[in-house]
Structures are given as C-alpha cells and as structure tokens.
Design a protein around this ligand. Structure first.
Ligand code: ADP
Ligand code: ASP
Ligand code: MG
Length: 814
C-alpha cells in the first residue's frame, strides 16, 4: 500500500486537479493506493467565513456560499466531459444545499458552535475528493470513494480533535481487508467522534489524515504532494534563497513543522515515524523533482543545521517574584493553571536564580492565561511574594533545527552574534535537551530580517546580502553606482556578497525598491521617484529593517550628517564620504563611534582623508597592533596640490582654481579647500583617530588667502582672487626663485595641529608630488625616522567612489 496526499493548491483548479489525477493514475499502476484529498485552496476559509457571517446575522454569507458552489461547479465543467458531468454536478448542488441549510440554522439562532463549524467545513474535503474521483473515472482509472468519517475515529474536541488510534486502526484494517479496491479516494481533514458526529483534525489536517491511514495500513511510503518541491531550509515566502532539503530525519521534520514550517502539519510525522514509514514531499507542478525524503537516518548536508523556521503571534508570560526562590511547586502550579485552560506551552525558560519563569504561548491565549495564573497565585500576589503575571505580546519565535547540532559547539554563539550584529533583540532563549532546536523569542517586526540573517549565516552556499541606501548622486555618487554595477558579478562570485541597492536619493528625489534598484537604469528610475524628504528617507530605512543595512552618505550636506545617530542605533552601518560628522564637535564624533560599537554597526569614513587612499585604515591597523602615532605630516588637499602644481604665475591663479573645480577635485564649495578648512578637518580627523580629542579651534591655520577672498560668496571669491593676482604671483616667484615648490602642509605632533603653505626644497619628500596627489607620513614608535608613507591620488570622483565602495564591502566582514 502507498498513501498519496494532495494539498489545497494541488486540487485548487481544474488544471491542477488534472495534473493531480495524472499523478494518481500513474502511481496506482504500481501498487495499491490510498489518495487523500484536501479542500480546494481557499475553500475552508470561505466556508469558515460563511459560518461567522451567518452567526453575525449577516446575509452576505449567502454570497460566499454561492462563490464556493460556483468554484466547484465551474471546476467540474472544465474538468469532466459534458456527458459525464450530471451525477457529480447534482451531488455538488445537493451538498451545497446542505451547507446552506446548516448556515441558515446558524443565521436564525445567531449561534455557531465548534461542532457546527466542523460540519460546515467538512464539505470542502467532501466535495473536492468527489471531483477527483469523478475525474479519475473519466480517465478510466477505477477507484472507490470512501468517507474518512467511517475510518478515522476521534474524541469530540471539535476543530482539533484527538485521534483514537486503536479504534481507527481497527476500522481501517477491517475496511481494507474486506474491500480490495486498488485505488481508494478519501477526503482529508475530517473524522468522526464515537457518536458519529463530524469532527476535524485542525487546520492543515489533511496531511495528518494521510499519515494516520499510512500508519494503519503499514504503507510502504507516504507522499505529500504540494506546491513546493519539498521541505525547504526556510519558509520560501520569507527567504528567497531557501533551498530544498533533500533528506531530513523525522525528528528534524517534526521540529521544523512545530516551529512554523507550514509544509507539513505538525502531528503528521509521529504516526509514520512510529511505523517507520518514509515520507516524501513532492511537487504536483514539478513531479520529476526528487523532493524531500523524511526518514530515520538522513543524508548529511554539510551544515550543522537542517532548517530554520518561525512562528508569529507569540506572547511571553512571566511569573516573577522573590517568593519563588528555592520553593518547589511554583512551576507545577503555573503549568497546571495553563493546562487547565488548555493553553499550549510552546517554550519555557527559567533562569537558575529561579526568580522568574518565562513561558511562550500563542498570543490569542494571553487573556485566558493571565486570568488563570493570577487566580492560581492569588494569595502570593496579595502577599507580594509573586508579581501578577507579566505579559508581552507582538513576539515571534525563530528556531534553528538540526540533529547534528548536539555534536557541534559554537552554534548558539554564531546564532546570537549574527542576530546581535543586525540589531535583533532576543527576549528569551530555549534549547531543548535533545539539542535539536535552539529557539529565540524576538519581536515580530524582526522576523523576516532574523530568518534571512540566520539563513545566510548557516547555509554558507548562500549569498550574504548587503542592503545599501545611498544619498547623493553627484560626481562621486554616480561613479560609485557605476562601480557597483561593474563589480556585482565579481562580488557575487568571489566574495559571495550581493550588494542590493535598496534605496537611493539625491537632493530632489528618492526611491526605494524591495527587489533592488536596477543599476543600469537608476537615473531614469530616480527621476520618477518621489520628492526627497530627509526624514522620510531615514524613517524608511529604519522601518524596512533589512539585514546588513548600510547607509552611504555621498553628500556634503550637514543635514544628512545629522541623521547618522538615528541609523546607528538601528544597527544600520554608516559609510560617509561626507566629512561633516567626523569634523563636528569632538563629542558628536565620539558619540557616533560609541553608538556604532554599542549597536554592532560600523561607522566608516576612510574617504574623509586622502579619498581612496588607505590612510585611516592604516592608522587604525598601527594602533590596533600596539604602535603609537608620534607625528603626522601630510599634504592632504588634492585641490591645493593640483593648484600649486599648475600655477606658474602665467595663467591667473583664479583660472587654475576654476579648472580644479571643473575637473571635480574641489569640495562642492571650493573656498573650503582654498581657505584651508578642508585640510584642517582632515588633520583633525587623523589626530582624533590617533586618540587626540582635538577641536577645529585647536588647529592653527596659516592661510595664504587674502581675507577678502573668503568674505563673500563663491562668485566674489573668484573675482577677489583675480583682483589679488599679484599676491599669488609673488608667492609663486618667491618659492620658484629659490628652486622650491609650494605645498600646503598639515602637521600634528604632541597634541597640536597646524596647516599652512610651505616652500619645500627638492630634497624634501613632498617636493615630488604631482597632479592631485596626497601624501601622509606617519612617524610612530615603529617608524621613528623613516616614516610610514602613503602616497597617491587624493582627490577625484573615481578614487573617492572606490574608497566608499571598499568601506561598504568592509561592513560585510567577508
Ligand atoms: P498544501 O495546501 O499542499 O497542504 P500548504 O500551503 O499547507 O500546502 O504548505 C505548503 C506551503 O508551505 C508552501 O507553499 C510554502 O509557502 C509554505 N512553507 C512554509 N515553510 C516552508 C518550508 N520550510 N518549506 C517548504 N514550504 C514551506
Ligand atoms: N482544508 C483544510 C485546511 O485548509 C485541511 C487541509 O487542507 O489540510 O486547513
Ligand atoms: Mg497543508
């Protein structure tokens, strides 16, 4: 004997039923077969709605009923040749009349008992299984339809009845002994109590029907035919990267389904496990796919865990109080109170101080639980030795499942650090003594993020996804976007990192996309985006709550710099080429650094100094390895270097500055470069990174600019420079006359920093510094005389973008 079960989607339309019937026809040629059929997809829900509408005195239950009837009639008309339709059509009409009669009674009485609910929903399976049977007849596949209520006997707990296995076993054995049909079609989900009253086995219960019949007939295999190609490493609706599990143990499958993997109804596994019957999960829409095999000894999958699942709508209830310490019996009374109310306990934790016991239950049982427990501990609550039950809602459980976990260390460490890095707060933890399951209770809002984070962490063949939000699409921003596009493939292949552009903004527009913004078309897409609003942009990043979120600030905006402290506490890493945050008040700079540390985010700003040159990362490497920075000397302005390398006293100084701006080397406001402010900010950032609490006022600026150039706007700045051309000429000739070059040098030593123009000799290290290059010399304990030197292009959109890019990848820790 073999047992095949077809789920709601597999019989959800005429086309699908026809596929299912083909599979049945072929299977039945091999062995005696029992086929269990679910209601057509959506029908159970529709019938439940009919019941509640009728009970509420709402006549629209008739429309719903009509909808259900039409669905079935249309399916038959499409599926079965006209000449053979009449008997099944009249059967459907008769059964729909019965549902209508029951609902009419409910409507008149305005009362809907669980017993009545069962009798209403039972028609879903009764009708669908009849249609499948009729379809098989038209294919000349002989079959017998058998009412499950005559085979499966339960108690009278309507809507979730408990099976009487002994009696069921006898009924099934007798029936299949006497009846020799090679193919039997049975409606799933429904059963009857000892008085013959219709009961149901709980939502999703057709799987259970099939398992009960498989166990009772000692079937050789149970096949669950559904709409996915097997049990997957995570719910595919939450994790697009979820993979089919080829092989899994009964216990793992049971654990996964108990913790939310809807693909099999949790009680299903037990009867087949006891009887040692292998279970295959197969896809009706891809019958060639091997699917999942559930059995005793699964094949190893190369990972310590087999799957991840989650259940929403969980509440934690905690019993706390000093009166509980060391006194036995508190937990017994707590669980008795809960079990008396038939409240299902999903998870339990108790700290060894015994000061509190914390229990995870379904959210809809919370008020019952609170009432029952507070009553049970009435005396203790009154005397103050125990607090009234504390209730927390809006929670979910995520669980890692795998038989192999028990022989491996470090799994929970990995689990909680991955969650922590993504700002997922864990409210409670439980690990069964079987070590087959580690569960964490988290906020319902974090579920999708948490499951994806864990999936990336434990199934190493999957990609790590970075969810990137970029503000700024100017020179540097657009270069960054094109580098991202070029590197996508390399990152995925070599680093297994997928950078998904989840949001993009410039000063005018902003745009978000759940699938990632197409990097080939970002310009058009952004043009059609909504109007930029800074607060909305930041709030959206927060509320999307995506794993490995990174915000890249490629603007020079002070307003944007003010948003970092809203993102870091949400564990969103910040990559800034904007220097404003790091060069604002020292307190603000340290606040951002400590927020990053506290919330496991990264705050990276390599491009603040020397564009793409590895200046800050080198400095940090020196410090981390125990070196000490004694002196820094540097040429840190690509703009000024460019200007002094090109100015010969022939062409106007202003013209050379204008060219530097046109070529994209200057800050958006070139006065910041020429006046020395930009270099001051950079040396200050280096000093701060070296541990010096420096402020801008502490830095001496020996400016070479005539003050009037700096007093008006940018236009005035250029015209004043032209007016002072002689001043610049004189500076140049003074240096050139002595065979020297002009360099704008920044220095830091003994807690003091200064910037200013310097004439350098040909022997000086700074003399041979061309184009827009920067150079930084670190004099440290390890590099006392010959400094560590970093030199290269220190300005330009391409190199700056590449530095931001590197910081973004750095956040992934790959
Ligand atoms: P059926 O109607 O065939 O019984 P269900 O809807 O009850 O099908 O179960 C199949 C669905 O379960 C899939 O479509 C999938 O969306 C969902 N699902 C949730 N978790 C998992 C998982 N871990 N593996 C596979 N499917 C899952
Ligand atoms: N039709 C029932 C439900 O939707 C049982 C099942 O499909 O397994 O819950
Ligand atoms: Mg199901």
């Amino acid at each position: 004997m073999q047992v095949l079960k077809f789920g709601g989607t597999s019989v959800g339309s005429a086309a699908n039923m026809s596929k299912a019937a083909d599979i049945i026809r072929q299977a039945a040629q091999k062995d005696r077969t029992i086929v269990v059929i679910s209601a057509m997809a959506g029908v159970t829900d529709l019938l439940l709605q009919c019941g509640s509408l009728a009970a509420a005195g709402d006549e629209s239950y008739l429309e719903k009923l009509q909808q259900a009837e039409q669905l079935h009639l249309n399916t038959v008309k499409e599926l079965i040749p006209a000449t053979q339709q009449s008997s099944i059509l009249s059967l459907i009409k008769k059964q729909c009349n019965e549902i209508e009669d029951i609902c009419k009674g409910v409507f008149l009485l305005k009362e809907l008992s669980e017993r009545t609910i069962d009798s209403i929903v039972s028609y879903g399976e009764l009708i669908s299984s009849r249609i499948v049977s009729a379809r098989l007849n038209t294919l000349n596949t002989d079959n017998t339809w058998k009412d499950a209520r005559e085979l499966i006997c339960t108690d009278s707990e309507h809507t979730h009845a408990g099976v009487d296995f002994k009696r069921t076993g006898m009924l099934v054995e007798d029936y299949f002994y006497v009846n020799e049909a090679s193919l039997t079609i049975v409606p799933g989900f429904i059963a009857s109590d000892p008085n013959g009253v219709t009961t149901t086995l709980g939502r999703g219960g057709s799987d259970y029907t099939a398992a009960i019949l498989a166990a009772a007939t000692e079937a050789s295999v149970l096949e669950i035919w559904t709409d996915v190609s097997g049990m997957m490493t995570a719910d595919p609706r939450l994790v697009p990267n979820a993979k089919i599990i080829a092989s899994i143990s009964y216990k793992e499958a049971m654990e996964l389904s108990h913790f939310g993997a809807k693909v099999v109804y949790p009680p299903t596994i037990l009867p087949v496990m006891r009887a040692g019957i292998p279970v295959r999960i197969k896809n009706t829409f891809s019958p060639g796919h091997a699917g999942t095999l559930i059995q005793n000894e699964p094949v190893k999958n190369g990972s310590d865990i087999r799957g991840i699942s989650s259940i929403n709508k969980i509440a934690l209830v905690s019993l706390e109080g000093s009166g509980m310490v060391g006194i036995p019996g508190f937990s017994r009374r707590l669980f008795e109170a809960l079990s008396h109310e038939k409240i299902n306990v999903i998870l339990i934790t108790q700290a060894s101080s015994e000061h509190s016991i914390c229990v995870g239950i379904e959210e809809n049982a919370v008020s019952k639980a609170k009432r029952a427990v507070d009553k049970a501990f009435d005396y203790e609550i009154k005397t103050g030795s125990v607090e009234p039950l504390v209730v927390e809602k809006q929670l979910a459980i995520v669980a890692l499942v795998g038989d192999n976990m028990k022989s491996h260390t470090g799994i929970s460490g990995k689990m909680f650090s991955a969650l922590g890095k993504n700002g997922v707060n864990v409210r409670a933890i439980a690990q069964g003594s079987s070590e087959r399951n580690i569960s964490a209770v988290i906020s319902v809002n974090d579920v999708q993020k948490a499951i994806n984070v864990l999936h990336e962490e434990f199934f190493e063949s999957t990609m790590k996804q970075i969810n990137l939000f970029i503000a700024g699409t100017g020179n540097v921003g657009s270069k960054l976007l094109s580098q991202l596009r070029q590197q996508q493939q390399y990152l995925q292949q070599e680093l297994r990192v997928h950078v998904r552009l989840a949001g993009l903004a410039n000063s005018r527009k902003m745009l978000f996309s759940n699938d990632g913004i197409d990097l080939d078309k970002w310009e058009q897409l952004l043009q059609h985006g909504e109007a930029m609003d800074r607060n909305t942009f930041i709030e959206t990043i927060q509320s999307k709550n995506l794993r490995n979120s990174v915000f890249a600030d490629v603007t020079a905006s002070a307003d944007i710099a003010l948003t970092y402290d809203k993102l870091l506490p949400k564990s969103v890493s910040v990559v800034a080429c904007n220097k404003i945050a790091c060069s604002s008040a020292y307190g603000q700079y340290t606040k951002l650094k400590s927020l990053a540390r506290e919330f496991n985010a990264q705050f990276l700003f390599e491009t603040n100094v020397g564009a793409g040159l590895p200046v800050i990362s080198t400095l940090n490497d020196l410090l981390r390895s125990g070196d000490k920075i004694n002196r820094i000397e540097a040429v840190l302005s690509g703009t000024l270097n460019y200007v002094f390398n090109h100015y010969r006293g022939e062409e106007d100084f202003a013209t050379v500055v204008q060219r530097a701006q046109d070529e994209g080397y200057t800050e958006p406001d070139p006065r910041l470069d020429l006046g020395g402010t930009d270099v001051m900010r950079k040396i200050m950032i280096l000093a701060r990174e070296a541990g010096e609490p420096l402020e801008m006022e502490d830095i001496t600026n020996h400016s070479f600019m005539p003050p009037s150039c700096m007093e008006g706007d940018v236009e005035n700045f250029y015209s004043e420079m032209r007016r002072h051309e002689d001043h610049f000429k004189k500076m140049y000739h003074h240096a050139a006359g002595a065979g020297r070059k002009l360099k704008f040098v920044a220095k830091y030593e003994n807690g003091k920093a200064s910037v200013g123009l310097q004439e350098v000799d040909p022997e000086h290290g700074f003399y041979h510094l061309y184009g827009k290059d920067n150079v930084v010399l670190f004099y440290t304990n390890r590099y006392p005389e010959q400094p560590l030197m970093i030199k290269g292009a220190g300005a330009g959109a391409e190199v700056t973008a590449s530095g931001i890019f590197a910081d973004i990848i750095r956040t992934a820790n790959v």
